[in-house]
Design a binder for this molecule. Structure first.
Ligand SMILES: C[S@@+](CC[C@H](N)C(=O)[O-])C[C@H]1O[C@@H](n2cnc3c(N)ncnc32)[C@H](O)[C@@H]1O
Length: 267
């Protein structure tokens, strides 16, 4: 699957799910130290890095990712937004020992922890990287975005999602990890869990319709060997029809865990 379509999808996340990202970063800002040094883990195209730098006064952000293409795109977005001085990038594979990230008050990981090979080790690395009093924020997808309503389209979309979930599971992704429990296990305190239900009703903006096309197009691409030729053809037709439709909505759920490395550890 092309990197370009993932970059486009992540950029569209920033636009279409703007209110969710804004609420989430606002929450982090209320909990974090002043002028925090933030690490955005698995930063991708930079949605969170840019939002964190914009919304948290005086924050500096280190965006870490293993994809040089993502990081180049992120730097270009930071330049365009006038945020170059406050966002730096680090090219690193987080499945290997983490690079020295310097003193860090906030580690933010959106839709990235599930990619890492060993979730418990990743949470422990985050704990060690944080200064006492620092925050770890893990935001994960409870459900991938859905756009269609009514039969047979909604059934076809659900069938695609079910196969895509099996594919992710077989690829070793950790989609529904007990992140809060993992955080408590390594010593994070005051772990709070929040659910965000996103439900954008029709008529959708042009960006949201494009979002539907890119999401479903990417899903279809990964299911070549898993759906029947008839289902694949129906999915192709569906994806093609999206730009002309006025009945699409965006429904997705995110769960976010926020925990603190205590200043004075207990026990
Ligand atoms: C689904 S994207 C999420 C990007 C971004 N956090 C967002 O919410 O828009 C996951 C990102 O994690 C990165 N990633 C996956 N495995 C990684 C690893 N082992 N080390 C560093 N980055 C990784 C990918 O390159 C990708 O940019």
């Amino acid at each position: 699957m092309s990197h370009d379509s993932l970059i486009e999808l992540l950029d569209l996340d920033a636009e279409v799910l703007h209110d969710y990202v804004h609420d989430l970063v606002g929450w982090v800002g209320r909990e974090a130290a002043e002028r925090p040094r933030v690490v955005d883990l698995g930063a991708g195209s930079g949605t969170a890095s840019l939002a964190l730098a914009r919304q948290l006064p005086g924050a500096t952000v280190t965006a870490v990712d293993q994809s040089p293409e993502m990081l180049a795109h992120l730097r270009a977005r930071a330049d365009a937004a006038g945020l170059t001085a406050r966002i730096r990038t680090v090219d690193a594979d987080l499945d290997r020992p983490w690079p020295d990230l310097g003193p860090v008050e906030v580690i933010f990981a959106a839709a990235s922890m599930h990619h890492l090979a060993d979730p418990a080790a990743a949470v422990a690395s985050a704990f060690r990287a944080l200064r006492p009093g620092g925050l770890l924020v893990i935001a994960e997808l409870e459900s991938f975005p859905r756009f269609l309503t009514g039969t047979p389209d909604e059934e076809l979309e659900s069938r695609g999602h079910a196969e895509a979930a099996k594919r992710r599971h077989e690829a070793g992704m950790h989609m529904h990890e007990p992140w809060g429990h993992r955080m408590e296990q390594v010593g994070f305190t005051a772990v709070t869990e929040r659910h965000f239900d996103i439900d954008l009703r029709p008529p959708l903006s042009a960006a949201a319709i494009r979002y539907a096309q890119v999401c479903l197009g990417r899903m279809r691409h990964g299911l070549q060997e898993r759906l029947s030729p008839r289902e694949l053809a129906a999915l192709d037709e569906l994806v093609e029809s999206l730009p002309g439709r006025s009945d699409l909505s965006v429904r997705t759920e995110r769960t976010v865990w926020l925990g603190r490395r205590a200043v004075h550890p207990t026990g």
